[in-house]
Design a protein around this ligand. Structure first.
Ligand code: CA
Length: 387
């Protein structure tokens, strides 16, 4: 029956003066909590947006626990502090979302890796009380197959984001519903805040219908970035698609920064100078390639008005770095451990074994150079992801 037909039937009943009796089911207590578990997964990684609806008891802080049935391993989280010990996971509230009124809802997320089957957890408990488990256990005849009664969860498995390969982190921004990147992403500008902007954009996208747009009028304090933590350790491969508007200027600019804890927490930066791509080490301002004409000639411009696939490899243990644009390695953007004049001779002037812990994308001009950029299909992993 359509809603209209139902309404019509109700109207007819009312018109006929009939009293409709709604049969009440057995009285049941409200569940202690309900959990929605919305998964987005790809070959070896996943994110899960977890929504907790509280029962009748207001909470001043909360902890949600569950167990994974497989080898799921949480690598990062947002809007909660998440710990994992073996299969057991505990997500604890943060100061800003600790208070959970009766019937209130809170959401947080985790990112992780898995192999085989990524089954959703079935034993959520909120502050030690199993969700949905408010009635005494029902005795069932052993021969009757039963379905789990613990948790009313819903799982929506979206298609994997584009070209994730076996990346541990992969985001096409299609799940962003607000005006600024949220969830695993944090928007910020270090040191000073100007007029640079970071927004989720539904007008321009490399995949799907959404990307992240960064716009800056130039000048350091108008820098704007959105960032996330880097999962895991070991050799780091990154891949993202970038589209920008104004050609790389003569002066130094940055569109990607990675915090290097092995270099005093200073940034390892990728951007441009002399109209070609370059890497820059914030701690000593070393550039890759050297900004000699011969060095710059071994780098390439970043095309404007089109999507480009930017890839990098950072091997901290070996102290090596490689860079690809459009799947082609850029010879001037290689640190291979053997000092090459005009390329990595300056870079290798001191020991360098980066340990990066975050990735920020955006725009930072140390002069007055504006740009508007879009980023999409960001992936991080321990092997090359490809375009
Ligand atoms: Ca997208």
């Amino acid at each position: 029956m359509t809603r209209f037909a139902a309404a019509l039937a109700a109207l007819c009943l009312a018109a006929a003066g009939t009293t409709a009796v709604v049969a009440a089911g057995p009285a049941t207590a409200a569940p202690a909590c309900q959990v929605g578990y919305r998964v987005n997964q790809w070959q070896t990684g996943f994110t899960a947006e977890i929504t907790v609806t509280n029962g009748a008891t207001a909470l001043t802080s909360w902890a949600l626990t569950w167990h994974y049935a497989g080898n799921q391993a949480v690598t990062s989280a947002w809007n909660a502090t998440v710990r994992q010990s073996g299969a057991a996971v505990t997500a604890e509230s943060l100061s800003y979302n600790a208070a959970l009124p009766a019937g209130g809802t809170v959401s947080f997320g985790v990112q992780g890796t898995y192999s085989g089957t990524n089954a959703e957890p079935a034993d959520f408990a909120l502050n030690g009380v199993a969700c949905g488990d408010t009635t005494p256990p029902v005795t069932t005849t052993p021969t009757t197959p039963t379905t789990p009664t613990t948790t009313p969860t819903t799982t929506t498995t979206a298609p994997p984001p584009a070209g994730c390969a076996d990346a541990a982190f992969c985001d096409d921004f299609e799940q962003q519903t607000g005006s600024v990147p949220a969830g695993r992403w944090t928007v910020g500008a270090a040191n000073c805040q100007g007029t640079g902007t970071v927004t989720v954009d539904s007008a321009v996208a490399h995949s799907g219908t959404r990307s992240v747009k960064v716009s800056s009028p130039g000048g350091y304090c108008n820098h704007a970035f959105f960032g996330t933590s880097v999962p895991g350790s070991g050799v780091l491969y990154g891949r993202f698609w970038v589209r920008h508007t104004t050609r790389l200027p003569a002066a130094h600019v940055t569109f990607m920064a990675l915090r290097d804890t092995a270099d005093g927490g200073r940034d390892l930066r990728a951007g441009g100078q002399n109209q070609a791509l370059q890497w820059n080490r914030e701690s000593d301002d070393a550039t890759l390639p050297a900004q000699s004409p011969a060095g710059v000639a071994q780098s390439v411009p970043l095309p404007t008005g089109t999507w480009s696939c930017f890839e990098f490899e950072i091997d901290g243990a070996a102290g090596q770095l490689r860079t690809w644009l459009g799947s082609a390695e850029v010879p001037g953007l290689v640190v291979d451990g053997v000092p090459t004049p005009d390329v990595d001779q300056q870079w290798l002037g001191r020991a360098w074994h980066p340990a990066v812990t975050d990735l920020r994308l955006g725009w930072e001009s140390y002069g007055t150079d504006p740009d508007t950029l879009w980023f999409d299909d960001v992936a991080l992993g321990n092997s090359r992801i490809g375009c």
